[in-house]
Design a protein around this ligand. Structure first.
Ligand SMILES: Nc1ncnc2c1ncn2[C@@H]1O[C@H](COP(=O)(O)OS(=O)(=O)O)[C@@H](OP(=O)(O)O)[C@H]1O
Length: 148
């Protein structure tokens, strides 16, 4: 007995496989989108991050009259400290969790330390200070509590 495929069945099978491809592509796209979204959420900084953002009290250091240094704080990633108000930063930290800097940039005047600081500031994990508090040359007697 000869076996011949009916054209109607062929069309039906073709339609089904086409639909299956569409569903598969849609499913994969959704998974990819979900993956991208969860990646994005996982790199968003949280209030419980182990490193603090800068408070308004933490500023660039200037040592003595002959040289100076810039202070950088290596933090929790994400949004730059410049984009978040000091009040919100403190709230995220919880008052009293201010820490000393993790790094200082030391250099003579006109040595290009500001440029180095600005380059480092671009990195999302770096919290960098703004203006200079002159802790070591003018405010040293105020102590570390003031410096934090
Ligand atoms: N990569 C590079 N090459 C050459 N020169 C550079 C570089 N980066 C910064 N600069 C120059 O350094 C000067 C600023 O240095 P500082 O940031 O240490 O200045 S300051 O002491 O805080 O005022 C400042 O010089 P002046 O413009 O003469 O003030 C900058 O132009």
């Amino acid at each position: 007995m000869a076996f011949s495929r009916s054209p109607t069945l062929d069309l039906h099978t073709h339609g089904l496989s086409r639909r299956a491809w569409v569903v598969l592509v849609w499913l994969l796209s959704s998974l990819l989108l979900l993956h991208c979204l969860t990646e994005r959420v996982s790199i968003t900084p949280t209030a419980s991050s182990s490193y603090p953002r800068l408070s308004s009290n933490n500023r660039t250091k200037d040592i003595g009259g002959t040289g100076h240094s810039e202070m950088g704080r290596f933090g929790d990633g994400g949004t730059s400290a410049r984009e978040v108000s000091p009040r919100l930063q403190l709230r995220a930290l919880g008052e009293g969790s201010k820490k000393l800097p993790h790094a200082l940039i030391v250099g003579v005047k006109k040595g290009g330390t500001r440029a180095l600081l600005e380059f480092l500031r671009v990195h999302p994990d770096v919290r960098a200070v703004g203006s200079e508090p002159h802790f070591f040359d003018r405010n040293y007697d105020k102590g570390l509590e003031w410096y934090r």
